[in-house]
Design a protein around this ligand. Structure first.
Ligand code: PMP
Length: 353
């Protein structure tokens, strides 16, 4: 058979990339991926099961009309302002395919903004956050003026730092940009802050990203973009047909129809986050950062060692060392999972000191 060196065929900008690592590491307590510990779908939901089984032979609704109606009702917006993606990751991809670069974002932040820009060969500009992990508005505005970015991504609350960015800073960036400013509100359900959605009527170049992944439905791979109908129209041109599968459409619609389950799960996560923050603050050698998301970033003396020790004790967190020195990120789990994590961390730190 002919020998093929695929690296000789790969485009130059892809050759230097690293694949996004979503490793499946076996563990007892999984607190690494900012998922919800609760599934909002009840096992006994017979009508939902029946509905799913009866439609498997057909392609899904390409426009996800039923789900669009439910989401539009939930946010009191027009269905024409919504576009669904196979996770919000896909929408980040579509946005960059549609509008191109330069793409501007602060760092550290969600890595896909940079990974997708690079994969598509678009210029990306990363401006460091300030000491308090807020956007450095002066430097962001200077970058807007210098590079005239087509897209600015602002994750607020930010992953992995957990804080929301300054409201005034975001507004200044929207007002100064000729391009589109995407406020990624993946973690907003866990924050007391207001959504930027009502500001869509004031700013045509504002777009909002939301996801079902953090509120208990990560397996569905469903996210949505909210923006001006003309913006949605452009992005929709690059969307692959049937990108949101039928199971995801049906389950997401069903879950959203009764907000109570999701809201009560969010409430538990927020109250566990407060408890976990206090407990982390009480451990010598651990510095947690205040969070408005479903995770907490914390610093230790040696993140690599503590990460491995936690894993040996069965607890998987995300090692952010390399992005933020000696930082680990823990997702808020059930009270039992959080207790296991705290006990394991106390042991890991004690052995380390
Ligand atoms: N935005 C942010 C800020 C995230 O942290 C994540 C997931 N880690 C996403 C978007 C992507 O979410 P999904 O593709 O699961 O909707």
């Amino acid at each position: 058979m002919k020998k093929v060196d695929f690296t000789k065929l790969t485009k130059e900008n892809i050759l230097s990339l690293q694949a996004y690592e979503a490793k499946e590491i076996p563990c007892r307590v999984k607190l690494d991926a900012n998922e919800s510990p609760y599934s909002p779908v009840a096992d006994k939901n017979i009508p939902l099961k029946k509905k799913i089984f009866s439609i498997l032979n057909r392609y899904p609704d390409p426009e996800a009309r039923e789900l669009k109606k439910v989401v539009a009702g939930y946010f009191k917006i027009n269905p024409d302002n919504i576009l669904f993606g196979n996770g919000s990751d896909e929408l980040i991809y579509y946005l960059i395919v549609t509008f191109g670069g330069p793409v501007l974002y602060p760092i550290p932040t969600f890595s896909m903004y940079g990974i997708i820009s690079s994969a598509l060969g678009e210029m990306n500009i990363a401006v460091p956050l300030n000491e308090s992990f807020d956007i450095d508005t002066g430097k962001m505005l200077a970058a807007v003026r210098e590079y005239n970015p087509k897209l600015v991504f602002l994750s607020s609350p930010n992953n992995p730092t957990g804080n929301c960015f300054s409201y005034d800073g975001i507004i200044k960036i929207i007002e100064a940009s000729n391009g589109i400013v995407v406020v990624d509100e993946a973690y907003l359900p866990f924050s007391k802050r207001k959504s930027f959605i009502p500001l869509l009527k004031d700013y045509k170049n504002l777009a909002i990203l939301r996801t079902f992944s953090k509120i208990g439905l990560a397996a569905l791979r469903a996210g949505f973009l909210i923006g001006d109908r003309d913006l949605i129209k452009e992005v929709n041109k690059v969307r692959l047909p049937y990108n949101l599968n039928a199971l995801s459409q049906i389950i997401a619609s069903d879950v959203l129809k009764d907000k109570r389950v999701i809201q009560s799960n969010i409430k538990s996560i927020v109250s566990e986050r407060k408890k976990l923050f206090r407990e982390l603050s009480n451990i010598n050698g651990v510095k947690p950062y205040e969070s408005e998301a479903n995770f907490i970033l914390f610093r230790v003396d040696n993140a690599d060692i503590v990460f491995s020790k936690l894993l040996k004790l069965g607890v998987l967190v995300r090692n952010m060392n390399g992005v933020i020195k000696d930082a680990l990120r823990v997702t808020i789990g059930t009270p039992e999972e959080n207790n296991s994590f705290i006990k394991a961390l106390q042991k890991a730190i004690r052995r380390h000191q």
